[in-house]
Design a protein around this ligand. Structure first.
Ligand code: AMP
Ligand code: ZN
Length: 136
């Protein structure tokens, strides 16, 4: 993927504020952070999203986030974290190269990624589990 911005960043062809790098991942600071210290775990191999990425590599991305969290908590003096991972335009994915957001949260500021809670419809309580279970 020659023209993929995250391929270029992950491989070091475009400079980035890098917190961590190994043979499989680069972790960078997001240029449009939801909060101070907002980081992105980017695999060096190109996969568009969670549908495409091999399960083991996605699991490794989460393991890496788990390893980074205590260091980020201490370095940033933050109070919590959100892990966010968008899949598809409808979900707000703007870069079609799998990445896991690590968003630090600060007491009193509210979470960087928030939604307005709706209400679970009565029929969905059975219809959705039934529909999904059938396909697993
Ligand atoms: P998503 O909406 O999940 O696809 O997230 C893409 C994220 O990448 C956004 O939070 C952007 O701010 C961030 N981003 C886009 N281009 C760059 C870049 N060149 N360096 C760092 N972060 C970037
Ligand atoms: Zn890519």
């Amino acid at each position: 993927m020659d023209n993929c911005i995250f391929c270029l960043i992950a491989k070091g062809d475009i400079p980035s504020a890098t917190l961590y790098e190994d043979e499989k991942f680069r972790v960078i600071l997001d240029l449009g952070p939801a909060a101070r210290g907002h980081a992105l775990v980017i695999p060096k191999e190109h996969y568009a999203d969670l549908f495409e990425i091999p399960a083991d590599l996605a699991a490794e991305a989460v393991k890496l986030a788990k390893r980074l969290l205590p260091a980020m908590k201490e370095a940033l003096s933050c109070d919590g974290f959100q892990l966010v991972q968008n899949n598809g335009e409808a979900a707000g994915q703007t870069v079609s190269h799998y990445h896991l957001h690590i968003i630090p949260c600060y007491a009193g500021k509210g979470p960087g990624a928030a939604w307005t809670p709706g209400e679970l419809a009565e029929e969905d309580k059975t219809a959705i589990p039934e529909a999904v279970k059938k396909l697993l």
